[in-house]
Ligand binder design. Structure first.
Ligand code: HEC
Length: 118
């Protein structure tokens, strides 16, 4: 194997864990969040006709940059009530590990293309 091939192989091995982690959060979002928060995370999920409080538009950078990562973590883990929001946002602590929730928070930051602006 020449040097170039070797370094390409090493690079792809190093990248693998990062890629599969990102896919897991995206997959989890599709499986567990999309029915309310929508295909693109824009809050237009299939369930919303019957809901008195509308799911957050996760692509809304203005609102999402008003939340800290810790707040996003808490509401995903403990549900809407934990941050004085609607119980229609369910708690996910029995579904996900803390690491998976951290990955979901990172995924939300990708959807909004934003950080906490605090
Ligand atoms: C059954 C419908 C439903 C599902 C499923 C759901 N949500 Fe929600 N979510 C809501 C609603 C409704 C709100 C808005 C609550 C409010 O504004 O009072 C919300 C709010 C949120 C917020 C708070 C945004 C803010 O304004 O601070 C986050 C973060 C969030 N959801 C993430 C998720 C993630 C991640 C998942 C999947 C693991 C998920 N939600 C699944 C209904 C849902």
């Amino acid at each position: 194997m020449n040097k170039y091939l070797l370094s390409m192989t090493l690079t792809s091995l190093l990248l693998l864990p990062a890629i599969s982690q990102a896919e897991t959060a995206a997959d989890n979002y599709k499986t567990y969040c999309m029915q309310c928060h929508g295909m693109q995370g824009n809050g237009m999920g299939a369930n919303i006709q019957d809901m008195s409080v509308q799911p957050r538009d996760h692509t809304d950078a203005k609102t999402m940059s008003g939340r800290t990562d810790a707040e996003l973590f808490k509401v995903i883990k403990e549900g809407g009530l934990a941050i004085n929001k609607s119980a229609l946002m369910p708690p996910w602590d029995s579904t996900f590990t803390d690491n998976e929730i951290h990955d979901l928070v990172k995924y939300l930051r990708k959807l909004c293309k934003c950080k906490h602006a605090g």
